[in-house]
Ligand binder design. Structure first.
Ligand code: AKB
Length: 320
């Protein structure tokens, strides 16, 4: 077992990332070494699971004590578009939920917390190309505000209390197991399902809206790398820039059309366009590369090829 990790609690285990990260963590650390938790049951059922609302600090602490948890991978959060629909819930879940996680880590002397941040911490005043690690952070969404708060809290708990909090600013994550739900980058997942099922898609962003993205296999690899990194090599903690791909809807459609030439797309930008317009186009992730060896593998062509293969196969079996 690497990085001194003994027993992991994953919050938000039934969500887009949790549905793939939890089984991967179980492959790496052992089935019983990873406790899944969420408001709803996950699609996998090969290990311990607890119903948990992360705003319930008492239940969270009871689970930590019962299982002897020493590491929390804290994925439970509302994303950017849902956060604009329900800003009060986004604040409560994203900030108070994280506060509960950090407090239990401090009082119960846990070894490590992983808390994903997001490119949503940036805003329109931030340089949009190759956005630097250290730069202007004035997000205009409630989600972005909660994520900046989370980074600041994580670094505070590290410096003041010695809690080993790690986090990376995730771009849009593209995957084919569980749908994302409530994000601005969700188009880049939905488009694959519609390309295969109906051959047409209505995109809620403009064709030229370039955003940073990442394929799930790279995301899973990155989370395990950052969890296992030697603390003495880290200068940053809760706030690593993490880049992989950058593309616009138009570029993604062109790549999909290499496989499905008849694929038709219409563009009808909605309220999510303003969110996308306030985010970076690409990310400078040299700190992550230098400090813990971040090195994504998938480019746009390889990601599209794999997504269409996996979903196409599922469609042929009538399971899409
Ligand atoms: C979203 O679109 O809200 C998320 C994110 C970039 O954090 N995918």
């Amino acid at each position: 077992m690497g990085g001194g990790i003994g027993k992991i609690l994953v919050t938000g285990a039934s969500g887009q990332i949790g549905s793939e990260l939890t089984p991967r963590l179980r492959e790496v650390y052992g089935k019983d070494a990873v406790v899944a938790s969420d408001l709803r049951s996950p699609s996998f059922d090969d290990g311990p699971f607890e119903l948990l609302d992360v705003t319930d600090a008492k239940k969270l602490e009871a689970i930590v004590v019962e299982y002897g948890v020493d590491t929390i991978v804290h994925l439970a959060a509302l994303l950017s578009a849902s956060g604009e629909q329900r800003p009060n819930v986004a604040w409560n879940v994203n900030v108070n939920g994280l506060y509960n996680v950090l407090e239990v880590a401090r009082t119960r002397k846990l070894k490590r917390v992983f808390n994903p941040s997001s490119i949503a911490v940036f805003g329109p005043e931030t340089p949009r190309d190759k956005t630097p690690q250290e730069t202007v952070m004035r997000p205009k969404t409630m989600y972005g505000i909660t994520k900046v708060t989370g980074e600041l809290l994580g670094n505070y708990y590290h410096h003041k209390y010695g809690v080993d909090v790690r986090g990376a600013r995730f771009p849009g994550i593209i995957s084919n197991v569980a749908p994302p739900g409530g994000g601005t980058t969700d188009y880049a997942v939905e488009i694959f399902y519609e390309a295969i099922k109906s051959g047409r898609y209505t995109c809620f962003l403009r064709p030229d809206s370039t955003l940073p993205m990442m394929y799930m296999p790279d995301c899973l690899k990155g989370v395990i790398q950052i969890l296992e990194a030697d603390l003495s090599t880290l200068r940053h903690h809760a706030d690593f820039n993490m880049g992989a791909l950058s593309f616009s809807p138009k570029e993604l459609v062109a790549e999909i059309r290499k496989h499905l030439p008849k694929f038709e797309v219409e563009y009808r930008p909605d309220y999510r366009q303003a969110i996308a317009d306030s985010w970076p186009k690409s990310i400078d992730d040299s700190a992550a590369r230098e400090e813990w060896g971040w090195n994504p593998e998938y480019d746009l062509a390889a990601m599209v090829d794999d997504m269409l293969k996996v979903l196409g196969e599922r469609h042929r079996r009538g399971k899409l």
